[in-house]
Design a protein around this ligand. Structure first.
Ligand code: GLA
Length: 352
């Protein structure tokens, strides 16, 4: 049995598939996968249903199916097995429930068959499942976060070299809480403008004659116009912000870190155009109620936003946000407070 967490991204949005930098942290919400000998049956305790492994039906079961397929593609033939899943990562909220079920499945199968695959390689297998089996052209961030994060830390990932390093994120010592606002606008990435944004970035890179937008500079932007200019402007500035944010965290400068979060949100709203009125309303409420920083997290188009709020002031922000949402006729939001949690782990010491 293995379990794997969801994640929030602190900064570095829509940079992973452009070969850039991201800074997510795992959250203390997980999905567990239990694997045993049996005949190709997948059971979800959360959906209270059983599905067959050798079908394809656009349900939750496509994630474990995709993992079996991607492991085979990577040269690890998986025999017949049965598996069961249970978890508490909010689904379809942009907290990477899909990466969590992928990572938990991959690690549980790795342990069950004694394959000894490194976590970094498991992350690549999980991304392959998501890209080529489920059909979402996502980057590597969520799978890396779910498999490689450490407790009390964020994870800086260079999405080109796939090198990653932990960056201490001691929120408690800084007297801060990580508040997450779930706008309850559920979406699967396949239904959003995600793949379209990615295609525009690829066009912008080829217009500039660079391999990926990671290689573009501020000066290059002058050669672009229209949607390509706006998307590239976001990616170039966001990559720079991630590296500055890591420096800020390393020197425990949460004022600077927060400033970068607000700047990231503004760029996602104005340049990348993936924010929504709900996400903007939360960020505004956060700004007005003492948050050091706030921004949408994940792909956007709904889902969640985060704020770093002084401990003890979170209730005030929640109330202000609830009122603002009600006033504008939005769905009632949900709130969570997470602590930076460990990545995927094989469960040990389970008694019969
Ligand atoms: C989703 C994708 C990630 C990343 C983010 C945007 O979470 O799965 O790979 O592209 O969107 O930063």
């Amino acid at each position: 049995m293995a379990s794997a967490p969801g994640r929030v991204n602190l900064i570095g949005e829509h940079t992973d598939y452009n070969g850039g930098f991201v800074l997510p942290c795992a959250i203390d919400r997980r999905i567990a996968a239990a694997v045993g000998t049996g005949e190709g049956v997948l059971y979800s305790a959360d959906f209270e249903e059983t599905r067959q492994i050798d079908e394809e039906d656009s349900s939750w079961a496509d994630y474990p199916r995709g993992i079996v397929w991607a492991m085979g593609e990577a040269g690890h033939e998986i025999g017949t097995f049965r598996a069961a899943f249970a978890g508490d990562v909010p689904l379809g909220s942009g907290l990477s429930s899909s990466a969590a079920i992928e990572a938990a499945t991959a690690l549980a199968l790795d342990a069950f068959y004694g394959l000894g695959i490194r976590h970094t390689d498991l992350a690549v297998i999980c991304q392959r499942a998501e890209n080529d089996y489920v059909g979402v052209g996502s980057g590597i961030m969520d799978q890396y976060a779910s498999l490689l994060c450490e407790a009390g830390a964020a994870l800086l990932v260079d999405c080109r070299s796939l090198e990653a390093k932990s960056v201490p994120l001691d929120l408690q010592a800084a007297g801060l809480s990580l508040v997450v606002c779930d706008t309850r606008i559920e979406r699967g990435l396949a239904d959003t403008g995600y793949n379209d944004r990615r295609a525009t970035c690829e066009r912008a890179a080829s217009m500039l004659g660079v391999e990926e937008l990671r290689d573009a500079t501020e000066e290059d932007l002058g050669l672009l116009s229209g949607a390509e200019l706006k998307r590239a402007r976001h990616v170039v500035s966001e990559n720079a912000r991630v590296l500055e944010a890591v420096e800020a965290l390393e020197s425990r400068d949460f004022d600077e870190f927060g400033r970068l979060m607000y700047a990231s949100h503004a760029s996602l709203r104005n340049n990348y155009e993936v924010s929504t009125p709900e996400l903007d309303t939360f960020v505004e409420a956060a700004k007005g109620h003492g948050a050091r920083g706030a921004r949408l997290t994940g792909a956007g188009f709904g889902g969640c936003a985060i704020a770093l709020v002084p401990e003890g002031e979170t209730a005030e922000l929640r109330n202000a946000c609830e009122q603002a949402f009600e006033g504008r006729g939005f769905e009632e939001p949900a709130f969570y407070e997470f602590v930076p949690a460990p990545g995927a782990e094989v469960a040990t010491g389970i008694e019969e």
